[in-house]
Design a protein around this ligand. Structure first.
Ligand code: PLP
Length: 372
């Protein structure tokens, strides 16, 4: 299998699996128990917390572990609304956000929050003048992702955070696709990340919270995470997340350079006739979302069982619905059904990527002929 779906998930790093193993096979103690074993597990979790915090790289806040980035996002949005100062009842977000943000915002709108979903430009970037016009003293939160999961386009997070703060609002950033790949921009008050996008295990995410902006708890119970999030933590998942974060931090430049090289090689190998969806410059280059006139993307995926790639997000691929992100760029139904996403990273070999690109490009030409 040639795995080109790095935005959906990433292979677990061998170093991560090794760190997790003893916590699965031998060390089963509850990290919240006062026994020696329990304290040992709790200490391992604190090491992991520091590793994730360091890799996030922001100052003046703390990390709380969650069951996923989806949970961290729900917590950040709903918990901030719960603590809202009087008179602030508006959330601003973008049409290209992940479903975890958009659906949570829609749910909050059903509870009485005034929701503004801003459009993006054709290149997928937010028009900052539009945001400036929208910001007022009723806005409590601006929620914008750093790297889009479907098209890889980046947003100017620091500028957005500055603008939000000037209006007295908080800034939440979904940094799931940025974390471990590019440096997280300074400025946000709340940042959601996920382990399985950085060669860590599935089933664990985290919320970074600037001191003083911690959201109200979403999950109630034993209060294990600083009294803010309940549930017994998994030492194996936490240790795995920590190891993945440490590795990503250490390999940051090497992984980034590798991805830049792969991007250039892939674009060259695909040849003419492809258009890049979203800005080619303002993006993370491990995400190559492209379209081609006449291409039947769903058929291409079905035809190439030995190449794992996708139509956009894993969610969009599953539903059969055209991607809301591509529609937000102004692509029509046909264009979005002619788009594919190739995602690559640390363990992708250039030769396998080129092999996949050559075969996909050849098949796309065949589709064109059939379509003519
Ligand atoms: N946000 C973005 C941008 C994502 O790509 C994903 C995962 O697909 C999520 C949030 C949700 O992450 P998790 O799988 O940890 O819930």
């Amino acid at each position: 299998m040639i795995y080109l779906d790095y935005q959906a998930t990433t292979p677990v790093a061998p170093e991560v699996a090794k760190v997790m193993q003893p916590w699965i096979e031998e060390k089963f103690a509850n990290p919240h128990s006062p026994s020696r074993w329990g304290r040992e597990a709790a200490a391992a979790i604190e090491v992991a917390r520091k590793q994730v915090d360091k890799a996030i790289g922001l100052k003046g806040g703390s990390v709380a572990f969650t069951g996923s980035a989806t949970e961290a996002i729900n917590w950040a949005l709903k918990g901030t609304v719960e603590k809202v100062p009087k008179g602030r009842n508006r959330i601003i977000t973008l049409a290209t956000e992940h479903a975890a943000v958009l659906d949570t915002c829609e749910w909050l709108a059903g509870q009485g929050i005034d929701l503004t979903v801003l459009p993006v430009r054709h290149d997928g970037r937010l028009d900052l003048e539009l945001l400036a016009r929208e910001l007022d003293d009723r806005v409590l939160l601006v929620a914008v992702m750093m790297v889009n999961n479907e098209i890889g386009v980046t947003q100017p997070i620091s500028e957005i955070a500055d603008m939000a703060h000037s209006a007295g609002a908080l800034m939440f950033c979904d940094a799931v696709q940025a974390f471990g790949r590019i440096e997280i921009c300074k400025g946000p008050d709340l940042v959601a990340v996920s382990a399985h996008k950085i060669h860590g295990p599935k089933g664990i995410g985290a919320l970074w919270m600037r001191k003083g902006t911690e959201p109200a708890p979403l999950i109630h119970g034993g209060g294990q995470e600083q009294g803010l999030r309940s549930g017994t933590l998994s030492p194996a998942l936490c240790a795995g997340f920590g190891a993945a974060a440490k590795l990503a931090d250490e390999r940051c430049t090497r992984d980034y350079d590798h991805v830049q090289k792969l991007w250039k090689a892939a674009v060259h190998a695909l040849g003419h006739g492809w258009k890049i969806n979203g800005s080619a410059a303002h993006r993370y280059h491990g995400n190559l979302n492209i379209r081609r006139e006449g291409l039947d993307a769903a058929r291409l995926i079905a035809d190439f069982r030995d190449i794992a790639f996708s139509l956009g997000s894993a969610c969009a691929s599953g539903s059969g619905r055209p991607s809301h992100v591509l529609r937000a760029l102004g692509l029509d139904y046909r264009q979005s059904r002619s788009s594919i996403r190739l995602g690559f990273g640390r363990y992708t070999k250039q030769a396998e990527l080129l092999d996949a690109c050559h075969r996909l490009a050849k098949a796309a030409v065949e589709h064109e002929k059939l379509d003519a």
